[in-house]
Design a protein around this ligand. Structure first.
Ligand code: C2O
Ligand code: CU
Length: 483
């Protein structure tokens, strides 16, 4: 048993004793997960109850909800331009849907209850069929009673491959989640409680990677790894650090970025976000390089490590990587004639809105509904508290119009603002220059702001919401229409 220093810190955070399992994941983590395919070519995804050993092989299993009963759900993998054909079969006891996070797909396939489709009742099925327009790391998840359904594990990864494979030796998926577990390892049933909703959202005390306690990733000297990181947590902002290696960012939120080395090999992922990094394995056999979550004040928790073994794969690392091939994103944005809107973010604990400004329209949440709709409304966007479809659109624009949204965060909490159906640019604070990457979810720090710009080129009704799920379900949701 390794007495690494992180172990005691982990026990502080953890709900129960932790075994250092160092489990190796099955090799198919890089490959599409085999499953049931119907005669008409649709891949079945059954939303159902299951059991997963989140706390290591020696601990009791946790009852979860997952696609095909596993968490993360089956890894779906197609090439750019290929069709995704998925039949959601609802084997749960309540309605559900699938939303394809970050996919620029036709509106009818977006999986938003009442806005783009009716929820799929227990025993019913729904066919999702669309062409994957962009190569990259994406994910799919429930969008119905999300605090409970996402919190119980209804999500999975969708990898869309570049037309030509890039040169890497291992292509690895790391789906991170934090779970709120009881002492016996069961999921804590406190979904939708008002305290979480009015603060940072539901934070779990138990961190997993691909639903494992920790993962020793076997590597050989001079290998090149592509790590695809996904933050699937309901609300936790993940601040990650890889020790002893450079982390070369190649894609953010699925879209290729300009290449850059992450400062101090740290990356930050708000809920819903993805980052792809290339890592050249430059240490010697026997070395172990931790990958940690930084949290609280100076605390950290290891969730994976690069475990060197065997002969070097080659005599020197590969040369400088090339950027990923571009996806067909809009080439121009017309900022001069853009539609501009201020969308201040308000509410939450320690705010005016909580101090007696709960006006009309801030009653129990209808629509997308929390698992406990009585939680009430704690948050507002642009002065309105909504859970989605039940209000008028936040704005309507003609197809092709450039839109600039300004999100001043007047609350005491960060918010991960997510746009459906589009990727956007983050604008500089003082002028309309933009950062050299695309996002579908932007983390807006408290008392700060973010301005984003995008071409509204995808017709339909699209959600715009905070991806801290408990904020989304208590007011921080709106929609816009591209006509
Ligand atoms: Cu990850 Cu509204 O979505
Ligand atoms: Cu939020």
């Amino acid at each position: 048993m390794n007495a690494a220093p992180w172990l005691s810190r982990r026990q502080l955070l953890g709900a129960s004793g932790i075994a250092l399992v160092g489990a190796m994941l099955p090799a198919q983590w890089a490959d599409a997960t085999p499953g049931e395919t119907a005669a008409d070519g649709f891949r079945l995804l059954r939303a159902r109850a299951g059991e997963v050993k989140l706390r290591g092989p020696d601990q009791s299993a946790t009852a979860i909800w997952g696609y095909d009963g596993i968490v993360p759900g089956p890894l779906l993998r197609v090439k750019r331009g290929e069709e995704v054909k998925v039949r959601l079969v609802n084997d749960l006891t309540e309605p559900t849907v699938i939303h394809w996070h970050g996919l620029r797909l036709p509106n009818a396939m977006d999986g938003v209850p009442h806005l783009t489709q009716e929820p799929v009742a227990p025993g019913q099925a729904f066919d999702y069929r669309f062409v994957a327009p962009d190569a990259g790391t994406f994910w799919y998840h429930t969008h119905f009673r999300s605090s409970g359904q996402l919190g119980r594990g209804l999500y999975g990864a969708l990898i869309v491959d570049e037309p030509e494979a890039i040169a890497v030796d291992q292509d690895l998926l790391l789906v991170l989640d934090d779970w709120r577990l009881t002492d016996t390892g069961a999921i804590h049933e406190s979904f939708g409680n008002p305290h979480d909703a009015a603060h940072a959202g539901r934070l779990g005390q138990y961190l997993t990677v691909n639903s494992r306690d920790t993962w020793d990733i076997p590597v050989r000297t001079n290998e090149r790894l592509r790590l695809r990181l996904i933050n699937a947590a309901n609300a936790r902002v993940m601040r990650l650090r890889l020790d002893g290696h450079r982390a070369n960012v190649i894609a953010i939120d699925g879209q290729p970025s300009e290449l850059f080395d992450a400062r101090d090999s740290r990356v930050i992922l708000g809920p819903g976000a993805r980052i792809d990094v290339l890592v050249d394995a430059t240490l010697e056999a026997g070395a172990k390089a931790p990958f940690v979550l930084e949290y609280g004040r100076d605390q950290e928790l290891m969730f994976a490590r690069l475990a060197y073994a065997g002969e070097p794969l080659r005599t020197a690392p590969l040369g400088d990587p090339k950027p990923l091939p571009a996806n067909p994103l809009p080439e121009r944005m017309d900022l001069v004639s853009a539609f501009r809107l201020d969308v201040p973010l308000d509410g939450g604990a320690m705010s005016m809105m909580m101090g007696g400004m709960m006006g009309p329209g801030m009653g129990p949440a209808p629509g997308l509904g929390g698992i406990n709709p009585q939680a009430g409304m704690f948050w507002a966007m642009a002065g309105r508290s909504s859970t989605g479809h039940s209000e008028a659109p936040l704005f309507q624009v003609k197809r092709g119009r450039t839109v600039v949204l300004n999100f001043p965060n007047r609350t005491a909490f960060p918010h991960a603002m997510h746009l459906h159906g589009h990727h956007f640019r983050l604008l500089d604070r003082l002028d309309d220059g933009w950062k050299p990457y695309w996002l579908d979810t932007v983390l807006v720090e408290p008392r700060q702001g973010a301005r984003i710009a995008f071409v509204a080129d995808n017709p339909g009704k699209w959600l715009i919401h905070c991806h801290m799920i408990e904020h989304m379900e208590t007011g921080m949701t709106a929609w816009f229409e591209v006509t």
